[in-house]
Design a binder for this molecule. Structure first.
Ligand code: GDP
Length: 174
């Protein structure tokens, strides 16, 4: 049976330089990749990846956005989930993520699915934002937290699968 996979929109948010592009490009080499093509539409700044999780295929359309202040400009755009990325080696990217999350949660009465992504954990000696900082922040808004390194491809598959699981959980329930 050739069923059309469901398609979900994911907005990847975070300050410039935190590793959004690096994470997205690692997704395109994921072990969860499905049969459909991976493709990038640079005009729309969109990357589509097909993911097979629990024998079910879904297509995630990933949009990348640098600046939090542009969020309001396309307020019709309702993503199915958000990846909010900061760099463990950049305090200001963490503060900016905090501000963005506050706003995202206020906008929709707390119902949005947001994954907090602490990237660049490979930079151990340059680390300025601790795991506890990140976890407390995520917990206080009821969000999932994951530590990644796009450079080492660490936890990138888990991030992809985690976001899709959360989207499905919200759609179909546990
Ligand atoms: P974006 O502006 O958020 O899309 O960030 P980029 O993906 O362009 O990454 C900015 C810089 O950080 C690049 O030089 C990347 O190679 C580097 N980078 C991205 N992820 C990591 C990571 O996990 N660890 C390290 N050490 N560098 C990374």
């Amino acid at each position: 049976l050739d069923e059309c996979p469901s398609q979900y929109q994911v907005l990847v948010l975070g300050s410039t330089g935190v590793g959004k592009s690096a994470i997205i490009s690692q997704f395109t080499t994921s072990e969860f990749l499905g049969a459909s093509d991976v493709h990038t539409d640079s005009e729309e700044n969109k990357t589509s990846v097909s993911v097979i999780l629990n024998q079910e295929e879904s297509v995630l359309e990933l949009f990348e956005e640098n600046n939090v202040s542009t969020l309001n400009d396309n307020s019709d755009f309702q993503a199915d989930a958000y990846m909010l990325v900061y760099s463990c080696a950049d305090r200001s990217s963490f503060r900016s993520a905090c501000a963005t999350l506050r706003r995202l949660k206020e906008e929709a009465g707390g119902s949005k699915t947001v994954m907090i992504v602490a990237n660049k954990v490979d930079l151990v000696r340059k680390r300025l934002v601790t795991s506890d900082d990140g976890k407390n922040f995520a917990n206080s808004y009821n969000c999932k937290y994951i530590e990644t390194s796009a450079a080492l491809n660490h936890n990138i598959d888990e991030l992809l699968a985690g976001v899709l699981s959360q989207i499905r959980l919200k759609q179909y329930g546990p």
